[in-house]
Design a protein around this ligand. Structure first.
Ligand code: EPZ
Length: 418
């Protein structure tokens, strides 16, 4: 199993380009099942993207990868089943549900995998599909999804703005008979990017200021589409944390400040200087990093759960005490045990973590607990005195393209070893 060896104490300096967003690319690849030929630019090179391509290939799709562009030919989708081993590769496999049901008038899929962040049910996905007239039966760990004739447009009131359930419902609605309205939908930038992609395919989707999504079902999509995935706000925030803990000065090209409105003010509160422009986001760290007072994770535009763990590593080496409240996932503090091995002072109780900053962390042998938790450990290691060994980095490679290469490009000491 591969690992990173990180020597802390260097300052991050220079510029890097932020990749396309994983959480946009994955639902867009699922939605591509509805469109025969697609060219997707700025698609990040990640193991989760490879997992999505493996599912597409199993369904009958053919693809080529040229740099960060994926060229898909979905004209011959022949299978409507997704086997358990492919489904378990990642959580986002569930977003194939709406697309396959719509295209093949049915689907047979098992349950998705993904990061262990506590129970991750799919009840909202299932009840949304039922609203479209899909009958769903569980047989031997598989969900047998059947449609009599066509999916029927409907009104969906999500009990919580689930990102994945919103995406599945949007995709299913595109070719349904009649109109669909999704209330209390997720409003993440990745949802807008998916709508943008589907509209380029010929869908009729509009979203009002409250985030309600209106979809006019169309008989057929245009069959060819080209789209560029938006840049990854979680990757950008992770590198902002790298600059903060190393008192560095970096430019994140292509990072989009308008997707980070609840995040950038926290870095300013911590004493960093942040400037955004059409080119990207510039950050200059400070010698006296101050603890952010209160971080409460919320659906967008609130503070994102995916940025909670990297920011906690910055809070762990700042001056003062921070309170974190994780409101989205039940078990997203697994990285805390690893940070504690490195000398962090963090106490958790249910949803709450109290982080009391220490002047310096120290190197240790650690392991990635999940994707963002793994990134958080690397951020902490950049500050730590001595060497940190970060095991099980396959978690990180699910969501960050060339993570070690980008840190190296910023002058930081990191080696990937087998
Ligand atoms: C997406 O996951 C992201 N994944 C996650 O990114 C992100 O953390 C999450 O949204 C929240 O922003 C992708 O986009 C591929 P949800 P998703 O449905 O769609 C509960 C990362 O590190 N829920 O909005 O799975 C659920 O258990 C990751 O990049 C139900 O109860 O998130 C959770 O508590 C990991 N029933 C909450 O809703 C359901 O049917 C939010 O989940 C669905 C969800």
């Amino acid at each position: 199993m591969s690992k990173y060896i990180i020597e802390g104490g260097k300052k991050a300096q220079g510029e890097i380009v932020i990749n396309g967003a994983k959480n946009s690319a994955l639902p867009i690849l699922s939605a591509s099942v509805l469109c025969n030929k697609c060219v997707i630019h700025n698609c990040p090179g990640l193991t989760d993207v490879k997992a999505a391509l493996n599912i597409l290939e199993h369904l009958g799709s053919k693809y080529k990868i040229e740099g960060n562009t994926v060229i898909l030919d979905n004209s011959n989708i022949v299978n409507n089943n997704i086997p358990d081993d492919l489904m378990r590769e990642m959580r986002s496999s569930i977003v194939f549900m709406g697309a396959v049901i719509s295209r093949c008038k049915g689907a047979e899929i098992s349950y998705p995998g993904g990061c262990e962040l506590g129970p991750r049910p799919i009840d909202m996905h299932i009840s949304a599909m039922k609203k479209f007239g899909v009958s769903i039966e569980e047989k031997g760990g598989y969900l047998e999804c059947k449609v009599k004739d066509k999916l029927k447009g409907c009104v969906i009131n999500l009990p919580f703005p689930s990102v994945g359930a919103t995406e599945n419902a949007m995709i299913a609605a595109v070719n349904a008979d009649g109109n669909t309205t999704i209330y209390n939908s997720a409003r993440e930038p990745e949802i807008l990017d998916l709508a943008d992609f589907l509209n380029k395919c010929g869908a009729e989707i509009s979203i009002d200021k409250t985030g309600t999504i209106y979809i006019e079902g169309v008989k057929k999509l245009c069959g060819e589409a080209e789209h560029t995935v938006i840049s990854d706000r979680v990757e950008a925030a992770t590198f902002l944390c790298a600059a903060a803990v190393t008192k560095g000065e970096i430019m994140l090209k292509k990072a989009r400040a308008e997707h980070l409105t609840s995040v950038l003010p926290i870095f300013e509160e911590m004493g960093c200087f942040v400037k955004s422009s059409s080119e990207g986001i510039y950050i200059k760290g400070t010698e006296n990093l101050k603890a952010p007072k209160l971080i409460r994770t919320m659906p967008y535009p609130g503070f994102p759960t995916d940025m909670q763990s990297p920011l906690m590593s910055a809070a762990a080496v700042s001056d003062g005490t921070s309170v974190f409240v994780e409101n989205i996932f039940e078990s997203r503090y697994k990285h805390v045990a690893e940070l504690t091995r490195m000398g962090a002072n963090i106490k958790t109780e249910g949803k709450v973590a109290i982080v009391t900053g220490v002047p310096h962390l120290h190197g240790a042998v650690t392991r990635c607990t999940d994707l963002r938790g793994g990134a958080a450990i690397c951020i902490a290691a950049l500050n730590a005195e001595g060497i940190t060994q970060v095991n099980e980095i396959s978690h990180i490679e699910r969501g960050y393209e060339n993570f070690d290469g980008k840190l190296k490009a910023l002058g930081l000491e990191i080696k990937r070893e087998r």
